[in-house]
Design a binder for this molecule. Structure first.
Ligand SMILES: [Zn+2]
Length: 470
């Protein structure tokens, strides 16, 4: 315990100016009044001590790695939290993956602190037997890169040591918006390169990516590059409805509209290149000096409420197709399918796999809207399916092109109207006239479903002239 206290004090003491110490006595009155004119500062050195202490104290749930080094050679720590005693969720399914980073900009301390708190909240909760924390760690892996820009953090600057804005240095429409200091090329900086390698190699299946900043109290979803709503607008708007419907009034907007055009950001890269549902979470900039986890948890309590909602519900941030029935009757295959997820999928197909593993039939591509149930029909030759084959479902987890694919076995048995037991494959493939007809019927079936879809909101007109941005 004394070690922990010391770590916190070590973290804060060198950076507490006298004026703030004096102001601390009037903290209750000052907060949430005028911002205190100084920064909360967690040094990289103190953070290094602390995250290693977490790993030593809680090896059951904390797996600490360095994923690379800053330009000046400081380790980029990722705290990986899960109940490592089991590789899967209690029901045997794969754990959900959540990725969080903070500290792209070295002078945005509360955003970095929110990343720190997102890790510490689950560690403390697990240690105290908090049911929510235990459930999350049993069902998920939470990967937190607390401080991406330790060199900039140490000298209290937005930029990294090469004077590059790391949040303009990602390989997604890099340097195609008016901006300053995006670097000499996409991923020219060791910090952003390490982050992208981690995304691509360790957490490519993440169903949530939150990148944390300080400035304007707002949550931004893609795009920064374009004012148009992103392909997965239903998911982002659904989350906004939930959050604003009782958790927090924090504004949640398309980044281009909510702030201004910005390109080469980790948010647009996370969504556009990785296919993650991605938010930039901006805390406000009204700082005070938190003396403890409890202080910071109170200061960022509303932000943590939003984070806990996003993490608790990560299961819903993709399409989750669930076949209810497959019926073949009168040369027509009818598929009854439910999407439990809050994201739509645009290019699903049902496949029939023969006993020797060949895909002998695949439906035309169809879409299933978020939180919806659909019935689709395809023209088939009802003699083409055998009794010993299996059905697969193939689809992308979200509408964005970069979304990862799901290919899973369907656990329902098809029903046939004629009771025939002997079925022979007759060589129908994707390019025969029947398949073309099936495409037409499939499209017709979905033209009805489309009408049920929610319309995108009008472009928000609440433009902000933020002086400090993501
Ligand atoms: Zn920032």
């Amino acid at each position: 315990m004394r070690v922990a206290v010391c770590l916190i004090m070590c973290m804060l003491l060198p950076l507490v100016p006298l004026s703030t110490v004096q102001a601390d006595e009037t903290h209750d009155q000052a907060w949430p009044g005028e911002p205190v004119d100084n920064h909360v500062h967690m040094t990289w050195a103190a953070m290094t001590l602390e995250v290693n202490d977490w790993a030593d104290t809680y090896p059951e749930i904390v797996d600490l790695i360095s994923i690379g080094e800053s330009e000046l050679g400081k380790a980029l720590w990722v705290v990986r939290l899960s109940d490592w005693s089991t590789e899967t969720q209690p029901d045997g399914s794969q754990k959900e993956i959540i990725y969080i980073d903070g500290g792209h900009h070295g002078n945005e301390y509360l955003g970095t602190a929110l990343a720190w708190l997102s890790a510490k909240w689950y560690i403390n909760g697990w240690a105290e037997g908090n049911e929510e924390a235990i459930n999350v760690l049993q069902s998920s892996e939470v990967h937190v890169l607390i401080m991406l820009n330790p060199d900039g953090n140490d000298i209290d600057t937005r930029w990294n040591i090469n004077q590059v804005d790391l949040n303009r240095n990602y390989d997604h429409y890099w340097n195609t918006c008016p901006t300053t200091q995006p670097g000499s090329a996409a991923f020219s900086e060791s910090e952003t390169l390490a982050n992208s390698v981690y995304m691509n190699t360790v957490v490519p299946e993440a169903d949530l990516y939150v990148t944390m900043h300080t400035g304007v109290w707002i949550m931004l979803y893609p795009w920064g590059k374009w004012p148009e709503q992103p392909p997965d607008w239903e998911l982002f708007h659904g989350i906004r409805e939930d959050v604003n419907g009782g958790i927090s009034e924090i504004p949640i907007q398309n980044a281009n509209q909510g702030l201004y055009p910005n390109c080469g950001t980790s948010r647009d890269y996370g969504y556009g290149a990785m296919g993650f549902p991605t938010f930039t979470f901006e805390t406000d900039d009204e700082q005070f000096v938190p003396g403890s986890f409890e202080d910071l948890n109170e200061r960022l309590g509303e932000e943590m409420d939003v984070m806990r909602y996003l993490i608790n519900n990560v299961w819903y941030w993709r399409a989750r197709l669930d076949v209810q029935s497959i019926a073949v009757e009168d040369d027509m295959l009818t598929l009854d399918i439910v999407n439990h997820g809050m994201a739509s999928t645009a290019n699903a197909s049902l496949e029939y796999i023969t006993a020797n593993g060949e895909v002998s039939w695949a439906s035309p591509l169809f879409e299933v809207n978020a939180s919806n149930s659909s019935v689709v029909s395809f023209a088939v030759n009802d003699g083409m399916f055998g009794a010993d084959g299996t059905w697969n479902l193939n689809y992308q987890k979200r509408v964005i092109n970069a979304a990862t694919w799901v290919n899973e076995t369907v656990n329902v048995t098809a029903t046939y109207d004629d009771g025939e037991q002997d079925r022979f494959l007759t060589g129908f493939g994707l390019f025969n006239p029947l398949s073309v007809l099936a495409t037409i019927i499939g499209v017709a079936a979905f033209s009805n479903e489309r009408d049920l879809r929610r319309k995108p909101d009008e472009i928000e007109d609440d433009e902000r002239n933020a002086t400090h941005e993501n």
